[in-house]
Design a binder for this molecule. Structure first.
Ligand SMILES: Nc1ncnc2c1ncn2[C@@H]1O[C@H](COP(=O)(O)OP(=O)(O)OP(=O)(O)O)[C@@H](O)[C@H]1O
Length: 655
């Protein structure tokens, strides 16, 4: 017995039904809360109940198909899986039946009495308490099985698990309030019947045309046949009374399939409307926002598969955590195999949601097997190429709407995409083309490397960039002073991943990338010879001061040297070309990772009055340390001993 069944049993109350075998159970508190909302809201979109129940029926058939791979007996000589909808005007019921996997008694108690599924949990977390808003959310999200209570004041579920004897059926009944009753029944047919006892204001769903319309709108892509009893026109009989004089539609015993019954991705692209693509996305992804873009292809060659990949419009809150799951569902020859098939998409594209239907993988493929498969590698590479070219086409588009979509994509997922520079060497250049940054010319994150190159000064032979913790810190960084003075654009990068990712990109289209905070400043042909000479002379004259500084700061700085990079500030910190920047070191330390201890280089501005004062002051130690600590503060760091820093400042102020 599972844990929740035990809990439910504790809640067991004396039977209300009079039937010795029926037992009454309380709903989990969250379910009761949800049901209260479902039954008391103004529904903005009541018809979604059908979408939800059909989706559950289809899942149940998928499960049977999957388990049937290794245990054919589960089909019980009833191999044609389907969903059937029956309308009963006299009893005001609508019944959704499937011949899928079915439920045992304890599964019915567990699964229909507690909330386990991610979609509903997500929904609950978005509730605001405002009835109108929450009612709209139900329409967008759907709340699975409980959607039935939008139109029904009582739901009866009758089910029998595949492979169990007919006598092991279960009946579950609830009025959608605090509890539900469960009893054992005999059910010959395998699978589940959901019987909705419609409320008086929901009898419109007893009309066959209405049901067909809803199925067509929401569930056309379901790969199973959704069937209803066929209606035929019956002419009036001779001598019929006035009411029946014109003939009428009558139900036959024949079942008719009312949906296309082919999985959406198996259909021809030109037969699928944008609305259908969007509706399909919302259903399988549980995202209630429309996707930004999608790509649907049948890939042929040594590995054959169909890919239907979507770019969502919004990043999930856990995008950056290690637990973030892949959004790819794997099918093999239209049989659902698994959710979250992480091997089918590189991790830096983990935001992509979609479906892969492989013609080559074995039906009993496991996660372990996926890791080693050559076909899987081919599919993963094909998927990455496809997503990158989809993004490239959005980025390159002349169409404003497409450009806006790219901007939205970049805002939501740009930082994740950058991980690809380190992860996907083969596509590094394609990824680099898609990257956008702020720069010293604009705060908007819109400058591509190509834009930057087009804007380079004559004689400039590197792409300059600066990584910092925020745009404000980047813009005020002393490292930029010389570049500002000379009017050279510098890309400003403020995502945490930037420095790590940029390590893997040494050039863009033949032009080297150069961090302005690493190594000696080298403006190449843009270097002013006179400035350079002046710095060299200053270095000579300042030699004794530099030596003294090096000695005083030997615990903090690896080297002290004169620079031409500064205009207004007395000093700044830089690191060697191959060293980690102080920001990255701080970040890694925060994340609890081991980092090699490297000391920065202190560069000083020989023209600055504070530096000049060093030559004459009798408080050399104080001033030297304050200059170092201020350089540290300017790049976002904190002096190692803040109290000592303040003491020194005060000492200097008091003169
Ligand atoms: N027709 C059915 N056949 C078998 N089991 C069902 C059926 N309908 C519902 N269930 C069971 O009840 C559970 C709860 O259904 P519900 O619609 O609330 O959530 P879900 O289907 O798990 O979530 P999601 O709709 O997000 O996939 C299901 O997970 C399934 O175990």
């Amino acid at each position: 017995m599972s844990e929740s069944t035990e809990n439910q049993t504790e809640n067991q109350k004396s039977t209300q039904t009079g039937n010795a075998q029926a037992k009454s159970y309380s709903f989990q508190a969250e379910v009761a809360q949800l049901l209260h909302l479902v039954t008391h809201s103004l529904y903005s979109n009541p018809e979604i109940f059908l979408r939800e129940l059909i989706s559950n029926a289809s899942d149940a058939c998928d499960k049977l198909r999957f388990e049937g791979i290794n245990n054919g007996a589960l089909y019980e000589n009833d191999p044609d899986l389907h969903v059937r909808i029956s309308l009963d005007k006299d009893n005001k019921t609508i019944t959704i039946s499937d011949n899928g996997i079915g439920l045992t008694e304890s599964e019915a108690i567990d699964n229909l009495g507690t909330i386990a599924k991610s979609g509903t949990k997500d929904f609950m977390s978005k509730l605001t308490g405002d009835q109108k808003n929450d009612a709209q959310l139900i329409g967008q999200f759907g709340v699975g099985f409980y959607s039935g209570f939008i139109v029904a004041d009582k739901i009866t579920v009758e089910s029998r698990k595949a492979g169990e004897p007919a006598s092991n059926g279960v009946r579950w009944i609830s009025g959608g309030t605090g509890d539900f009753d469960v009893e054992q029944i005999t059910k010959e047919s395998r699978g589940t019947d959901i019987i909705l006892h419609l409320r008086d204001d929901a009898v419109e769903y007893l009309e066959a045309w209405k049901v067909k319309q809803i199925v067509n709108k929401y569930s056309d892509h379901i790969s199973l046949p959704i069937q209803m009893r066929k209606e035929v026109w019956q002419e009036a009989e001779e001598g019929a009374d006035a009411e029946n004089a014109e003939g009428k539609m009558v139900l036959t015993d024949e079942w008719e399939t009312i949906n296309s019954a082919s999985a959406l991705w198996t259909r021809n692209k030109k037969d699928i409307s944008d609305e259908q693509y969007t509706e399909f996305y919302k259903q399988f992804s549980h995202d209630f926002e429309a996707p930004l873009a999608w790509s649907h292809n049948r890939v042929e060659g040594s590995t054959e598969y169909t890919q239907l990949l979507y770019i969502p419009a919004k990043a999930p809150h856990d995008l950056f955590t290690r637990e973030q799951k892949s959004g790819i569902k794997l099918y093999v020859k239209r049989v659902f195999i698994m959710d979250e098939a992480e091997n089918l998409m590189p991790s830096y594209l983990r935001f992509v949601k979609g479906i892969i239907d492989s013609a080559d993988l074995p039906l009993n493929v496991s996660r372990e097997l996926l890791q080693e498969s050559k076909d899987v590698r081919t599919i993963r590479e094909g998927n990455a190429r496809r997503v990158l070219s989809l993004l490239d086409s959005l980025a390159k588009s002349e169409d404003k709407e497409q450009q806006d979509k790219f901007a939205t994509f970049y805002k939501e997922f740009g930082a994740v995409l950058k991980e690809g520079l380190g992860e996907d060497f083969g596509n590094k250049d394609k990824i680099a083309k898609l990257l956008r940054f702020a720069s010293t010319n604009t705060d908007d994150v819109t400058v591509s490397f190509a834009d930057y190159k087009a804007n380079m000064k004559e004689g400039q032979d590197a792409i300059y960039y600066l990584t910092a913790e925020s745009l404000a810190a980047a813009k005020n960084s002393p490292q930029l002073e010389l570049f500002k003075k000379k009017g050279i654009e510098v890309l400003l990068m403020t995502d945490r991943v930037d420095e790590w990712a940029l390590n893997f990109l040494t050039d863009f289209d033949g032009t080297p990338l150069q961090s302005v905070a690493k190594g000696a400043v080298d403006l190449g042909k843009l270097q002013d010879e006179e400035e350079k000479k002046a710095a060299e002379t200053a270095a000579e004259t300042l030699k004794p001061t530099l030596d003294k500084l090096t000695d005083s700061l030997k615990d903090k700085a690896k080297e002290v040297r004169v620079t031409t990079r500064l205009v207004d500030s007395p000093a700044c910190l830089v690191v060697g070309d191959q060293d980690l920047s102080p920001q990255l070191v701080r970040m890694l330390k925060q994340a609890g990772q081991p980092v090699p201890e490297t000391k920065p280089i202190l560069e000083i501005n020989p023209e600055h009055p504070l530096v000049k004062r060093l030559e004459a002051t009798d408080k050399f130690e104080d001033l030297a340390n304050v200059i170092f600590d201020q350089a540290l503060l300017a790049e976002g760091g904190v002096p190692e001993d803040p109290a000592a820093y303040l003491k020194r400042i005060n000492n200097l102020l008091l003169g």
